[in-house]
Design a protein around this ligand. Structure first.
Ligand SMILES: *[C@@H]1O[C@H](CO)[C@@H](O)[C@H](O)[C@H]1NC(C)=O
Ligand SMILES: *[C@@H]1O[C@H](CO)[C@@H](O)[C@H](O)[C@H]1NC(C)=O
Ligand SMILES: *[C@@H]1O[C@H](CO)[C@@H](O)[C@H](O)[C@H]1NC(C)=O
Ligand SMILES: *[C@@H]1O[C@H](CO)[C@@H](O)[C@H](O)[C@H]1NC(C)=O
Length: 463
């Protein structure tokens, strides 16, 4: 009961005090200041509510983008990704990746492609290309198409680890692994830029010594940068089928100087890719997810800094509108100009492939398969970018099972890892404590919140 009250009081503080504590009248400022102030306000929770609503299927009149053309500001605010310092499974080039696979059904039956001979067991002289993917059958709920590997992935070959794809120390470029940028119009000045990162392998977590479980071949992660009239407002990043949304204003931002050192005060939002799972977080440290008591955690740190703006494929996308007929209704996927000329036209509309990007879950009899307390060791490969709900108006891809109210909180406070591991900066309670000046009061708050566990729960609910 006491706990509940405390919970209520603290959440009240979170909800009401902090925004108003920071508010100040804008009418006494000069015009330039007013403008700056308005820009800042645009990025705060209160005024976000006053912006026009986003449209999943904007009408031609409310669109601001032309198909195939991407505004310059999108690359300017491209995310910078800190990979884990000892990451074993690095980003990979999707064109090179698919050459190690052939398309099959779940039962292993090979799917014929024009110009490919299915009787050649290893596709030796007729490697699969990205440009072949648009010719594959469309997957349905019942029948998924898979890319099945031609050689054993379990022995960590180069095409699984991407061992050479460390970011360049000077400019953060990964020369041999482009990211995929898909830009969609959300109407009335809203533009969503989805940056998709591809890794060949997802190493699942260990739980209490068991594991790994939930490994899969092929791993698509992404980060959404949501713009209003050319200004970044919200950043969302994927993590385990869910993810976190933050106001751009509150994210860490960097610019690389000429020697490749991050100098701070830049404009590109910084995110952190977790060891093995490549789930994304806005901070370093230990991040628990899905299970209580940090049983299941991701770890992030400042390993190589990957500047996604230096190597990307670019597309614009207009989702199909079921209520319209004829050409107006169709999905429109347009090739745009990414960082390197002619790649998009060479690869074609591979994004239309909606099957899995890796092998199906291994059979229980397979010696590489194991059962862990929660899940099999090897599960199905993931489906591609266009299956990740790009029509969303909420910044979140979808809600997690425990999120019964279906909320998507846009957070203001960046939580630094709750654990003792690699802790850096302030966690959510840390941001609260600083509002108590007296150190004894602070100590008291720390004790009654069980050193942050209450804060963690509040944060989970209210963000
Ligand atoms: C992309 O670049 C090419 C070559 O520079 C140019 O001809 C083309 O118009 C550009 N496309 C768009 C959509 O900007
Ligand atoms: C495998 O699955 C596909 C698609 O469901 C089906 O057409 C094919 O006949 C199956 N092959 C075998 C050998 O069962
Ligand atoms: C189609 O029309 C229905 C009924 O008017 C509406 O609820 C739905 O949101 C519309 N769908 C799209 C994609 O606009
Ligand atoms: C933690 O918060 C305090 C007070 O807001 C601030 O002065 C300090 O710079 C923060 N530390 C980090 C590492 O962000």
């Amino acid at each position: 009961m006491l706990l509940l009250q405390l919970f209520a009081v603290l959440s009240f503080l979170f909800q009401t005090c902090i925004p108003t504590c920071q508010a100040s009248p804008i009418d006494r400022l000069s015009e330039k200041e007013v403008e700056d102030r308005l820009d800042a306000l645009l990025q705060s929770r209160a005024s976000y509510k006053n912006l026009p609503p986003l449209e999943a299927y904007p009408s031609p009149e409310s669109r601001t983008l032309k198909p195939g053309s991407i505004p310059e500001y999108v690359a300017k605010y491209a995310p910078l990704v800190f990979l884990y310092s000892e990451e074993k499974y690095l980003p990979y080039d999707i064109e090179e990746y698919v050459s190690h696979f052939r398309p099959t059904w779940r039962n292993g039956t090979v799917i014929d492609l024009p110009g490919k001979d299915r009787n050649d067991p290893l596709y030796k002289n007729q490697v699969l290309h990205l440009s072949d993917l648009e010719n594959l059958p469309q997957s349905t709920h019942e029948e998924l198409v898979f890319l099945s590997s031609l050689s054993d992935f379990d022995v960590d070959p180069e095409w699984i680890t991407g061992v050479h794809n460390k970011p360049n120390y000077y400019n953060g470029e990964i020369k041999d692994a482009p990211v995929t940028l898909i830009v969609t119009d959300k109407g009335k000045g809203w533009v969503d830029a989805y940056w998709f990162f591809f890794y060949s392998f997802n190493l699942g977590p260990f739980v209490m010594g068991f594991g790994p479980f939930g490994d899969h071949i092929g791993d698509w992660e992404h980060c959404l940068v949501r713009f209003y009239k050319g200004e970044p407002v919200i950043i969302w990043m994927s993590a385990h089928g869910g993810g976190g949304a933050y106001f751009y204003d509150h994210m860490e931002k960097e610019t690389l100087d000429s020697s490749g050192i991050a100098v701070g005060n830049g404009v590109q939002p910084v995110i952190f890719s977790a060891r093995g799972t490549h789930a994304n977080y806005p901070s370093t440290g230990q991040h628990s997810h899905d299970l209580p008591y940090s049983i299941l955690s991701d770890f992030t740190d400042r390993g190589g800094l990957w500047n996604t703006a230096l190597n990307y494929l670019a597309y614009t996308y207009t989702p199909a509108d079921d209520n319209l007929s004829g050409e107006a209704a169709g999905m429109e996927l347009s090739l745009a100009n990414g960082s390197h000329p002619f790649r998009e036209s060479k690869y074609g509309k591979w994004l239309e492939y909606n099957g899995a990007w890796g092998d199906p879950k291994l059979e229980p009899e397979d010696p590489r398969q194991h059962w862990s307390p929660f899940e099999w060791k090897y599960i199905d490969g993931p489906t591609g970018p266009l299956t990740k709900n790009l029509v969303r108006t909420s910044p979140c891809q979808r809600a997690k099972w425990w999120n019964f109210w279906n909320g998507c909180n846009v957070r203001r406070y960046i939580q630094y890892g709750q654990g003792v591991f690699d802790q850096e900066g302030n966690n959510s309670c840390g941001s609260l404590y600083v509002h108590f000046k007296n150190k004894w009061v602070r100590k008291l708050v720390e004790v009654v919140t069980w050193g942050g566990w209450v804060c963690f729960s509040i944060d989970l609910v209210f963000g």
